[in-house]
Write a protein that binds this ligand. Structure first.
Ligand SMILES: O=C(CO)[C@H](O)[C@H](O)COP(=O)(O)O
Ligand SMILES: [Co+2]
Length: 220
């Protein structure tokens, strides 16, 4: 079944744990943690201290999306903060192979993502060595943007390649997903859905339950 990874970027940071507490009693298994450095993307979110502090209070799988230049420099710190999977940007790494290897050496799952304008054919060769490929369906940097329709084709290409080659790689989509458009990305073949403003910007528990209702219907 498809899983939801709600982005805490849309939480109220003055009440972060209060927002996370509202997710209890749902089917949720992971949360999406967007780290931005103000250089790779034109926005700054939060860093290791925040991740560490919520790690102490939440058992969820920490699905972390690093929108930072040269994440290789910070891999140990992500690990020490309690990150379970580190997803890095193709465009942000001078040596992508080395960066992926170092994530794995630090006992985290490795995810790879790419900006909407990046040619998907550049990503395909790395599918053999990663655990997750993330299709960005908005320009990275901000929550609350509109879903880019051409992401559907990218998901279909990745789904076909992964299935044809029997690869053990999950597909995630991030940006502009709502309960009203989630079905089309599921039909295209995603395994995980990131949603920020449509979860933490609304009635949190109700929205998570709505997503899981849709996922269950779709898996019948
Ligand atoms: O990576 C991101 C932005 O760069 C966020 O995960 C994403 O934008 C989620 O927010 P929303 O669902 O509101 O689009
Ligand atoms: Co993200």
């Amino acid at each position: 079944m498809v899983e939801l990874s709600p982005s805490i970027l849309s939480c109220n940071f003055s009440n972060l744990q209060k927002d996370l507490d509202k997710t209890t009693g749902t089917d949720l298994k992971m949360i999406h943690i967007d780290v931005m450095d103000g250089i790779f993307v034109p926005n700054i979110s939060f860093g290791f201290k925040v991740i560490k502090d919520i790690r102490d209070k939440n058992d969820y799988f920490f699905d972390t999306h690093a929108m930072i230049v040269e994440p290789i420099k910070y891999i140990e710190e992500f690990k020490n903060s309690g990150v379970d999977r580190l997803t890095i940007h193709y465009e942000a790494c001078e040596n992508l192979d080395q960066t992926i290897d170092k994530i794995k050496d630090n006992d985290m799952e490795a995810g790879l993502t790419f900006k909407p304008a990046t040619d998907i054919n550049l990503i395909i060769p790395y599918l053999e060595k990663i655990d997750l490929v993330l299709v960005m369906s908005v320009e990275p940097g901000f929550g609350g943007q509109t879903f880019m329709e051409d992401s559907i084709e990218k998901i279909k290409i990745l789904r076909a390649y992964i299935d044809e080659n029997n690869l053990d790689v999950k597909i995630q989509v991030d940006g502009g997903i709502k309960t009203t458009n989630v079905e089309k990305v599921i039909d295209a073949g995603v395994d995980e859905i990131v949603s920020g403003s449509d979860v933490f910007g609304k009635d949190i528990k109700e929205q998570i339950n709505k997503y899981y209702e849709i996922f269950k219907q779709k898996s019948l």
